[in-house]
Structure formats: C-alpha cells, structure tokens
Design a protein around this ligand. Structure first.
Ligand code: AMP
Length: 440
C-alpha cells in the first residue's frame, strides 16, 4: 500500500515524499479512506502509531478542495487536544504536510497572552488546534467564531476527559455547526468516550490499531525493587552507570520533578524538568534542550509529557509508578517508537506493589524484577499491597480519573503475592504491527 492510492491531494503527496513517508501506517491506511469519504470516524490509536497524519492528511485534502467563503477566514477544521505540547505538535504536523497548500494553521492554549492569539485569529485561520479551556475563553470574548467548522477532531479524547475537559468539550460541541464531520481519536474507549461518540457523532466508523493498551514489542520492561527512600540514589547510579544519550524520567508531582532535577544536577547529571507549573516558554525551552541533546535528562510529570514526540529516546525511567495504570502505557510509549528498540525501567518500592499489579493486569505482562546489588528493599514487593491514596510515593491521583481501575477484561498477569523474577512476554501488537481494524 502506498499513499498514492489513498486519494490524497497531490500537494500532500509531494510533502510526504519530501518527509520520506513511504508507506501509510495501519491507522493511516484504515482511517484516511473513511475520512475522505466523509464518515465520522472513531480511531483507537495511541501516539506513535501515526494517528496525527491519519486525520491531518484527509482533512487537509478536504480543505484544499473547497474555496473558503469570502471575508475573514474562519476555522474550517478544529482540532481539540489536551495539552499545549500536543497542540504545538499537531499544528506542526498540519504545517509540514500542508506546506504546499495555502492554509493557515493556528494554535490556542493557555499559559501565554491572549492578544497575540487574537491577532493571529484576525489574520484568518483555516485549521485551528486548541486546548478546550483557552478556546472557550476566546469564544466568550468573541475573538473566534466556530460557525464555519466543517470538521472537528478530538485528539487524545481519553486524556481530555481524564483532565476534566468533558464539560468544556460539551459546551464547545454545542457551539459547532450540526452539519459537520467528527473524528475522535483515543488510546482507550471508556464508557464516557462511547457516550460522547453516541451523543455527538453520526454513525461513526470504527478503526482500531494495536489492541487497547498494548505496548510495542520493541520495548523491554524491567522493574527494580527498592525502598522509596533510596530511589533517588538508585536513579543516580543508573544514570551514572549508563551512557544513554537521552533519558526521560517520570516523577509523580510537579514539586517532586523539580526537586529531582535539582538533585540530579547536584550529582553532576544535568537535567531539565517539564511540568504544568512552568510557563509555556520554559516548557518549550526544556523540550528544545532535551531534543537537541543539550540536556541529557528530562524529568517530567504525566500531563506535561503527554503527546511529546521525541525521536531517538532509548530509555524511559519511572522514578515513581503512575497512579493510573494507563499512564504507564503512555509513559513508555515515548520510547520504542517506529520499530526502534527501547527500554523502560521502573523503580518500585514495597508501598507501590498494588500499583505494579494494576499495570501488570492492564498489560497482561509481568515485568522482570531485577534487584540492583546494594539496593534490595527492606521488604518484599507484594502485589496485594493496598494502594494508598497518595500512591505510596508522595504523588496525587488527579481528581475524577475514570481510567484508574484496572479494565475488567484484563486478566491478572499473576495472582497477588510476591512478584518473582519473570521473563517479560508482551502479548500486545507493536504500534506499526497493528491488526486490521474492525468497522462498526
Ligand atoms: P503520531 O502517532 O502521530 O504521534 O506519529 C508518530 C511519529 O511517526 C511522528 O514522528 C510522525 O512524523 C511519524 N510518522 C507518521 N506517519 C508516518 C509514516 N507513514 N511514515 C513514516 N513516519 C511516520
């Protein structure tokens, strides 16, 4: 299968060739023809599967075929995304693929001034990529009109709901023209997402690549049991012993990430931190330094790391376990992308045994337990350890997260008890080895 057979605009084929995109990924092969045919589409795909191009390419093709009405150009395609980073990335993709089309792509997100965004909106917009909160601010001020929207895309819808954007999304949906095409992409399909689709989509066609929550086979997973109080020392040892070019470290809280980055610096390991309390400029700078190799280590919270596309990321380390098992999938999805080998190390304290069990249940995989000499925990890691409210490692569960409970269909990887040394046996599909989708 090649892009030429999919019916995309010639200007896009040119841009794809310039970017060395030869073969459509499974989600692209499945979704593009459906979107071009005008269907509403529910896409089950995580980042790393090529999902952005799966909606950007057909939407750009559609926009390139129609002349916008005379007068100031109002958004004809609206992409709603959970985070600023994803907004920037999605907009970049639209600009890259659409570089031979004369279409304006604009982003709207919080943490930066309104006025430059208002100025940009005045200059005319074809594709608007926005976080729901800031978009509502603009709507309320009258600086943006959504009555020209022909296509709505909800990207990473599960994460938007996790972040409490459902009321904002519903408000926005009610302000959009009823006559429109709606595309919804999500890594998981919680009941709330299905409800949203039922309410606001018109006979959606479903495409699914890679079984839900499954992980790329190119990633090896190891858990290092260690007391919580010794995690920092173990992290420093791992980072000092290994000479990996780029390492992404996940912490639980914004404060914890800052402190950890400082402690790594003190240990002679230059690190940048990225989390929601930082200004947009500081986040972009940290990301730039990390991507360019200026900073070898980036310490991130889950929300800040969402949607980051970092090429050549060989190693992800979980300093703390995520409160929500699905976040493990998102975290390690930063590595092992596009068929490249990746590694995920997780530091597990005895208090986090229950969280580890959640992850193993979701993945249907047992992580290899590897005690680092000198760092054996004072107690064994027991999978039946109750999950404390703060995750046992000083973190917070974000409020109202629907994905917190293990999925009912996920069988336990092991019965509760001691987590013994086991070989990692992923049962999932690699992102690019996704199975053919089923259509509803
Ligand atoms: P996404 O899942 O949209 O975040 O995309 C993951 C990465 O794959 C991005 O770096 C894209 O530029 C890249 N990508 C997407 N589609 C293709 C393709 N057909 N061929 C090569 N690379 C691709």
């Amino acid at each position: 299968m090649s892009f030429e057979t999919l019916g995309l605009a010639p200007a896009l084929l040119r841009a794809l060739a310039e970017n060395n995109y030869i073969t459509p990924t499974p989600i692209q092969a499945e979704a593009i023809p459906l979107v071009l045919a005008g269907h509403d589409v529910l896409g089950g795909a995580q980042t790393g599967t090529g999902k952005t191009a799966a909606f950007a390419l057909p939407v750009l093709t559609r926009l390139s075929k129609t002349t916008p009405p005379a007068g100031p150009r109002k958004p004809r395609a609206l992409v709603l995304v959970p985070t600023r980073e994803l907004a920037v990335q999605v907009a970049e993709s639209f600009k890259t693929y659409g570089r031979h089309l004369k279409l304006n792509v604009t982003t709207l997100f919080g943490g930066v001034g309104m006025q430059p965004q208002i100025d940009q909106l005045r200059r005319g917009v074809d594709v608007l990529v926005a976080c729901p909160g800031r978009l509502i601010d603009h709507l309320d001020r009258g600086s943006v009109k959504l009555d020209g929207v022909e296509v709505l895309i909800l990207d990473e819808a599960d994460r938007m709901l996790d972040m409490g954007f459902l009321p904002a999304i519903k408000r926005l949906l009610n302000r959009l023209p009823k006559q429109r095409q709606t595309l919804l992409f999500s890594a998981t399909f919680e009941a709330q997402i299905k409800q949203l689709a039922l309410e606001f989509m018109n006979n959606p066609q479903q495409v699914q690549v890679a079984t839900q929550n499954m992980i790329a086979q190119t990633i090896t997973h190891t858990a290092h049991p260690v007391d919580g109080s010794r995690k920092r020392d173990l992290l420093i040892k791992i980072l000092s012993d290994r000479h990996t070019d780029r390492v992404l470290v996940f912490g639980k809280t914004k404060h914890g990430c800052n402190r950890l980055a400082e402690q790594l610096e003190e240990a002679g390991l230059p690190a940048v931190a990225i989390h929601g309390n930082k200004s947009q400029a500081a986040r972009q700078k940290a990301l730039r330094d990390f991507k360019s190799g200026k900073a070898r280590i980036m310490v991130a919270t889950d929300v800040a790391a969402r949607g980051l596309d970092i090429p050549d990321l060989p190693l992800v380390i979980n300093h703390d376990l995520p409160m929500v098992a699905e976040d493990y999938v998102h975290r390690i999805g930063r590595t092992g992308r596009n068929g490249v080998q990746g590694e995920a190390l997780t530091l597990v304290s005895p208090e986090e045994g229950g969280l580890l069990r959640q992850i193993q249940r979701l993945l249907k995989v047992e992580l290899v337990m590897d005690v680092v000499p000198g760092f054996a925990p004072s107690k064994p890691i027991r999978l039946d350890t109750p999950i404390p409210k703060n995750g046992g490692g000083g973190g917070q569960r974000s409020p109202g997260r629907p994905g917190a409970a293990p999925r009912p269909h996920a069988r336990p990887a092991a019965r509760p008890g001691h987590a013994g040394p086991k070989q990692h046996r992923p049962t999932g599909q690699g992102a690019y080895a996704g199975k053919r989708g089923s259509r509803a």
